[in-house]
Design a protein around this ligand. Structure first.
Ligand code: PEP
Ligand code: MN
Length: 264
């Protein structure tokens, strides 16, 4: 079902007037984690003012160590839903387990599957019947074929609204957190009809690389970007402050993108 042979036309996912996979470049911006109501409200205002369409923020965080901050959970979900509504933004948040799918469906417009869960087949099956669009991140050591098979699980369950997200893969290079595989963008467009989103934040792990890799992703044909932005990145509650743009940088980047790909 994910294959372009089966479905030659691009899939366009329409959510409350935003079309993902069509002519419009869709920008999702916000913090790694929802930290407080004030934090997500302030960031949402900056995301909206910059011209982005979607507010990102994790309430349930997949942390490498069990003693790190694990997210604000359901409270965070509610805080983000309120900020999204107030500022007129769609919302996207990560869901880590099948048990939390229903509550995430209640509060978010798009559900994100993180890189570590790309092959969590029980989760993928549950998302097949959840009724909301899903952004599926590529596993950091997964091939395109494995990635598309993971998408297939969601599609096979009856949910046609899946976005594929390249977020960097593990290579021998350690200067960057991951290696953003730009080739994935045109390859996935060749192999599949699903929208392709790029995540230059996790793809590089370094703030100064987010701007050039965003532009490169647009040049390679990405349908959208998911970008971390924080009003106080040095004090963020996850380690991802180092890869988060400052609000002014985020706004400048979106202005540059308009020149690169004029809105239609
Ligand atoms: C995130 O988006 O904050 C995240 C945890 O992403 P990934 O699953 O790509 O590491
Ligand atoms: Mn993050």
């Amino acid at each position: 079902l994910a294959s372009r042979d089966f479905h030659p036309e691009n899939t366009v996912i329409s959510i409350k007037g935003v079309n993902i996979g069509g002519d419009e470049l869709v920008i999702m911006g916000g913090p790694c984690a929802v930290e407080s109501a004030a934090q997500i409200d302030e960031i949402a205002a900056r995301v909206k003012a910059a011209g982005a369409q979607v507010l990102r923020g994790g309430a349930f965080k997949p942390r490498t160590g069990p003693y790190s901050f694990q997210g604000t959970g359901v409270e965070g979900l509610i805080m983000m839903a309120e900020a999204g509504q107030k500022h007129g933004l769609l919302t996207i948040t990560e869901v880590m387990t099948p048990e939390y799918v229903d509550i995430c469906v209640e509060y978010a417009d798009i559900l994100q599957v993180g890189t570590r869960n790309m092959q969590n087949f029980d989760l993928l099956r549950k998302l097949g019947t959840c009724g909301k669009p899903v952004l599926l991140k590529r596993g950091f050591s997964s091939t395109y074929d494995e990635f598309l098979n993971a998408a297939e699980y969601i599609l096979a369950g009856g949910n046609p609204n899946v976005m594929l997200c390249e977020r960097g893969i593990r290579t021998f290079e350690s200067y960057t957190r991951n290696t953003l595989d730009l080739s994935a963008i045109p390859v996935l467009h060749q192999l599949s009809h699903l929208p392709v989103i790029s995540d230059p934040s996790h793809g590089t792990g370094r703030r100064e690389l987010v701007v050039p890799m965003t532009k490169a992703s647009v040049a390679a044909g990405a349908d959208g970007l998911i970008i971390e932005m924080h009003t106080d990145p040095d004090n963020s509650m996850t380690g991802d402050g180092v890869q988060s743009l400052f609000p002014d940088q985020f706004a400048d980047l979106l202005k540059d993108l308009e020149l690169l790909a004029p809105a239609v």
